[in-house]
Write a protein that binds this ligand. Structure first.
Ligand SMILES: *Cc1c(COP(=O)(O)O)cnc(C)c1O
Length: 385
């Protein structure tokens, strides 16, 4: 192995001087909530997703909040069914569960980890109202197929885009295929606001309703009131707002999003090329030139009879941080297993990826030398295992 021992964490927020200055600028002024930073962040994020202006964005406190607002505002309720991926962050499914609708799990594709369109089709019943998908580790779902299927069957589509900044299908950004796209700005995502998220939609009516529900269901936000302190409450609401401090950090991060994304993609390609030829492993990727991946991390599946825990421990000892996307198929997680029962045979691909994969870092804190070191270490560890 080359060079001195390294420490490569799985994720690390990339905060620079311009981020710190942006936050301090807000803290030096009087407006810490519902002000110009939030509005500007929404407009800039919308322009990034669709320069033609068809994306409406609503900043929120997390991706979970955006997902919850999407499910609520689409009118999901008890008696409804929503098809969800078996392999996803639990947030995708919790959002459905909070409305009282029933999540129906669909297995994923072996090559990408993304929910399988045929599995969605098979899961449709007369009670199905919506389909929620996740772009697994930034790998684009088959959105044209899924959106087409949903349109034919009259179903709403929610895209969990928490790891999908920069993910595109046929030039269209993830989050703009269905009714709602939900992004995350958690510290180790593509960009961060500390905690935070963005609801996006091509439907201005839906975005307007979400914006109101996000802020107590109040008809006028702080700056729009005719008389001080006076407002009406036409609908039920929550407080899922993002602060001005977070929005300022988001704007500053967004200005570097392309740069950071380019590093991820470069690292992903370099690592993939270096380890793809190792026997007994497969790498999840789209392998479709009409799509672009957000390249959140590189998910390696162990198809050889080694204990994953041993491989992870050896990589950890060599200074390489890893993660697992996701630790269990959601229907096997205790809450869902106990509520709905669990039939392992229904999710063979989600189970394989959950139980046999290792997620490797490719984020902007990882240098090309780090990538080469990871590739050499992985080869050595697998040889020894
Ligand atoms: C991180 C993540 C979430 C949750 O995002 P928060 O902003 O922390 O609520 C949801 N879905 C996926 C796929 C994620 O990776």
């Amino acid at each position: 192995m080359t060079g001195a021992p390294r420490t490569i964490p799985f994720g690390r927020p990339m905060i620079d001087e311009s981020d710190r200055a942006a936050v301090l600028r807000v803290l030096s002024g009087p407006i810490l909530a519902h002000g110009p930073e939030g509005k500007a962040f929404e407009a800039e994020f919308a322009a990034r997703l669709d320069p033609a202006g068809r994306a409406a964005c609503v900043s929120v406190s997390s991706c979970m909040a955006a997902l919850h607002l999407a499910c609520y505002q689409l009118g999901l309720r008890p008696g409804d069914e929503v098809i969800v991926p078996a392999l996803t962050h639990v947030a995708t499914v919790h959002a459905v569960e909070w409305t009282g609708a029933r999540p129906i799990f669909a297995d994923c594709e072996r090559a990408t980890g993304n929910v399988c369109p045929e599995a969605i089709e098979r899961a449709i019943t007369p009670r199905t109202r919506a389909v929620a998908v996740v772009h697994f580790a930034g790998i684009p779902c088959a959105m044209q197929e899924i959106a087409g299927l949903a349109a034919r069957r009259g179903l709403a589509v929610i895209e969990d885009c928490a790891l999908a900044l920069g993910t595109r299908v046929g030039g269209v950004h993830a989050g703009l295929f269905g009714d709602a796209g939900c992004f995350s700005f958690y510290p180790v995502k593509h960009m961060t606001t500390g905690e935070g998220g963005m609801f996006v939609s091509r439907r201005p009516d839906l975005a307007r309703d979400v914006a109101r529900t996000r802020a107590f269901g109040v008809d006028r936000s702080h700056g729009e009131r005719v008389a001080p302190g006076m407002y009406e409450v036409p609908s039920l609401g929550l407080n899922y707002r993002m602060s001005e401090i977070q929005a300022a950090l988001g704007r500053s991060q967004l200005a570097r999003a392309d740069e950071m994304l380019a590093v991820r993609r470069r690292n992903f390609a370099r690592l993939k090329a270096a380890i793809a030829s190792l026997g007994g492993v497969s790498i999840l990727d789209a392998n479709d030139p009409s799509t672009e991946s957000g390249a959140y991390c590189l998910v390696l599946v162990l198809d050889r009879p080694v204990a994953r825990g041993d491989v992870v421990a050896r990589l950890q000892a060599a200074g390489i941080g890893t993660s697992v996307y996701y630790p269990q198929p959601v229907p096997r997680m205790a809450y869902y297993r106990e509520k709905y029962g669990y039939d392992a045979a229904r999710y063979p691909e989600a189970t394989r990826i959950s139980d046999r994969s290792i997620a490797l870092p490719v984020a902007p804190h990882v240098s090309s030398e780090d990538v080469d070191y990871m590739a050499e270490t992985i080869a050595t560890v697998l040889e020894a295992s």
